[in-house]
Design a binder for this molecule. Structure first.
Ligand code: NAP
Length: 294
């Protein structure tokens, strides 16, 4: 029987720890952490994500500012809003909710954010610092996975970790963080992707599998060994007429087959996903304390 790694309760623990830090800051008369978000357009999913972030700020006692901009805003005007947030001394950190409408360059906008305020951790300076093992804002999903491994006491040192997926937001940062000389870390890492011909051969050798490819139920029971630790990052909506919303959320792991063989496993939903907002709050607290860039 595997230990189920619960992202909901772990994220709640982190939020409560942050709320306690804010309470102490207030008690000592310090500056209240302030997170801002730029939301372009009226995409329902993006509105819901940003709404969740604002609510989480209220929960922990942060100040929050939401800048809602029209979908047809031109790039220069958007970059001016970014510059305003860069220069606003009260705002410790901010995010630009992605994806942006097609006529706007996410790369240009991300690179305009001052790295000191880039609490999403997407700016190349933060990514570069993370790669070099310097203090950095680590982006939400890799941060969340590292927290889950640490807080559940999963031993990573000397273990073979197979990461399936090499995106710049999940697979690649996970492979770097787990290979680093740190705790969690010190893994021997194999990165698999769409051109890897022998994934099953590799995953069978893994002590830890991080599945981040976006193909529902890709990792089946015959692809893992007894005692494996499985982190399922995938979230795909699969049509399901029996559900009120008409779809079910599926991970990249065939849970029913893999769970009986695993020592630890994250479910979908309720595993990695809930950790993302906790990560953002964590980075904002670091930003307000000027702990990364001194
Ligand atoms: P992505 O940018 O589409 O990257 C997918 C990666 O998987 C690519 O590196 C791709 O290889 C690889 N891949 C695709 N098909 C494969 C196959 N058949 N065998 C092996 N590798 C294959 O996706 P992502 O942004 O990393 O997200 C991955 C999944 O995680 C998605 O379901 C996404 O919704 C989910 N996600 C969840 C969270 C969360 O908070 N829980 C956060 C982010 C993402 P190539 O590089 O060769 O194309």
């Amino acid at each position: 029987m595997a230990t189920i790694i619960n992202g909901v309760t772990t994220a709640q623990d982190i939020k409560d720890e942050i709320a306690e830090s804010v309470r102490q800051i207030k008690e000592q008369g310090g500056k209240i952490p302030h997170l801002a978000a730029i939301l372009v357009g009226d995409d329902g999913a993006s509105q819901a994500y940003v709404g969740g972030k604002v609510k989480a700020c209220e929960y922990v006692g942060f100040k929050s500012t939401l800048k809602e901009l029209d979908a047809d805003i031109d790039e220069e005007t958007l970059l001016q809003v970014v510059d305003q947030l860069n220069d606003d001394a009260d705002i410790d950190g901010y995010i630009v909710q992605l994806p942006l409408p097609a006529h706007l360059s996410a790369r240009k906008v991300t690179e305009r954010i001052r790295p000191e305020k880039d609490v999403d951790g997407f700016h190349p300076v933060n990514v570069g610092r993370m790669v070099k093992g310097l203090p950095a804002y680590v982006s939400a999903t890799p941060f969340g996975i590292m927290q889950l491994l640490e807080r559940y006491g999963v031993e990573t040192e000397g273990k073979h970790c197979v990461v399936i997926g090499r995106s710049d937001i999940v697979g690649t940062p996970m492979s770097i963080l787990l290979s680093r000389k740190s705790k969690p870390g010190n893994c021997t890492v194999t990165v698999c992707h769409s051109r890897t011909p022998n994934i099953k051969e590799l995953s069978l050798q893994a002590d830890i599998v991080i599945a981040a490819l976006g193909i529902p139920e890709f990792l089946t029971g015959d692809m893992v060994s007894e005692g494996v630790v499985v982190i399922d990052v995938g979230i795909t909506r699969v049509p399901d007429a029996t559900r009120p919303r008409g779809y079910a959320l599926k991970g990249d792991v065939k849970y029913d087959e893999v769970e009986p063989k695993a020592s630890y496993i994250t479910p979908v939903p309720g595993g990695v996903g809930p950790m993302t907002i906790a990560a953002l709050l964590h980075n904002t607290l670091l930003a307000s304390k000027k702990e990364i860039y001194q």
